[in-house]
Design a protein around this ligand. Structure first.
Ligand code: CDP
Ligand code: CDP
Length: 196
């Protein structure tokens, strides 16, 4: 059976954690689309050329998980030509036989507007900054909160594919939820929509 689960939302909302868990449940592939933008941002030089020539080894760099890569990603992600260069790869992934889970910012709105399931995962900026600060061990909590706020504003404010819930997305606020409860609620939405 072919189906797409689109999981969007702001930084450190829990998209990746939920995506990995539900992809494993269903035995389907997962694509963290943020990694594509992080790799383009960290490649340096012309970001449009970097996006057009993105190679598998570019996604294996050790430094893609940190705050510098997140910031670099959000800067290149405002460029419509960068975004356009990454569309086909994401849509091909979404169409794979057996089903796929993709997480990012514009999966339910732009990349896969017909996805069978759309989740918009969010949480307060303070909660998300605390999670990301603990996870990366980088900088101070205040600096991480500031970066999260700047990145949210840039992602929501850009003209091309801004971060917003699709009209038919189910919004899941994880501010007060444990990882287990957040995953359980996502599973319930998927079960209701897909019947499995
Ligand atoms: O993919 P995204 O940036 O949205 O977030 P993530 O990488 O799934 O989660 C960011 C951090 O928050 C990780 O360290 C998760 O373990 C943690 N987390 C949490 O503490 N509570 C949740 N309900 C979800 C995630
Ligand atoms: O893990 P976190 O949510 O902090 O970041 P990410 O998902 O790795 O995305 C990093 C940045 O890439 C975001 O702040 C966006 O600017 C950009 N991005 C995007 O524009 N569209 C996507 N589908 C995924 C990421």
């Amino acid at each position: 059976m072919q189906f797409t689960i689109a999981i969007d939302g702001p930084a450190a909302a829990g998209k990746g954690t939920i995506s990995r868990a539900v992809a494993q449940d269903l035995g389907v592939a997962h694509l963290d689309t943020g990694l594509l933008y992080r790799a383009v941002g960290m490649k340096g030089g012309d970001p449009v050329a970097a996006a057009r020539n993105l190679a598998p080894q570019d996604l294996e760099r050790e430094d893609l998980r940190g705050l510098q890569a997140a910031e670099a990603a959000s800067r290149v992600a405002v460029n419509p030509e960068v975004r356009a260069a990454l569309v086909e790869f994401q849509r091909d992934f979404a169409r794979r036989a057996g089903g796929a889970v993709l997480d990012g910012r514009d999966i339910g709105t732009v990349i896969c507007p017909k996805a069978e399931v759309k989740l918009f995962v969010t949480a307060s900026a303070e909660t998300r900054a605390m999670r990301r600060w603990k996870e990366t061990g980088e900088g101070s909590y205040d600096a991480v909160l500031e970066q999260v706020r700047i990145r949210d504003a840039r992602d929501m404010g850009r003209a091309d594919a801004p971060l917003r819930p699709a009209d038919d997305a189910v919004v899941l606020d994880t501010t007060e939820l444990s990882i287990e409860d957040a995953v359980a609620q996502a599973r319930a939405v998927i079960q209701a929509r897909l019947g499995r």
